[in-house]
Design a protein around this ligand. Structure first.
Ligand code: CMP
Length: 141
């Protein structure tokens, strides 16, 4: 099924010079990039984006981290985009993520894990609506 999902290159990925590498992996896999921009998340946007984690022990530090530097947000589209992108990024903890996944190759931390991908089609829709206006999403083939 053709789907869209939201990918975020986190502050550690941006500051370590991994933007090109991460975009390239999704492009080479065959996904179409429908929208792409660098943003510096405000606290308000970050709290909305991660609202499901409010109250968890890592929440305050996560908000601090995600607003600490710019991030790169993109919408990718393709067959089963949500689950395929989740497999490509690997499990949350970079120390446990298998080699070959983005986190497995580039992260050694649970928080600074380089990249985020939506975990369900519903969350993809929610996250895309928080970060992108309709006119920033291009319909091209
Ligand atoms: P992400 O896929 O963006 O979803 C929520 C984020 O919270 C997650 O990646 C990590 O960056 C962070 N996170 C999740 N669990 C923990 C944890 N136990 N300690 C620190 N950060 C966490």
């Amino acid at each position: 099924m053709n789907e869209q999902t939201l990918i975020l290159i986190k502050p550690d990925g941006v500051s370590r010079g991994l933007i090109g590498e991460i975009i390239s992996r999704f492009e080479k896999k065959g996904f179409k990039i429908k929208a792409l921009k660098m943003i510096w998340m405000s606290r308000e946007i970050a709290e909305k984006f991660y609202e499901m984690h409010k109250g968890k022990p890592f929440y305050d530090s996560l908000i601090e981290f995600i607003t600490s530097k710019p991030v790169v947000a993109m919408i990718i589209e393709g067959d089963n985009a949500v689950s395929v992108a989740r497999k490509m990024i690997g499990p949350t903890d970079g120390r446990e993520a298998p080699p070959g996944t983005i986190r497995g190759d580039y992260a050694l931390s649970k928080q600074a894990n380089v990249v985020h991908a939506s975990d369900s089609p519903e969350n993809a829709y929610r996250e895309i609506s928080i970060l992108f206006k309709q006119e920033e999403i291009y319909d091209w083939s």
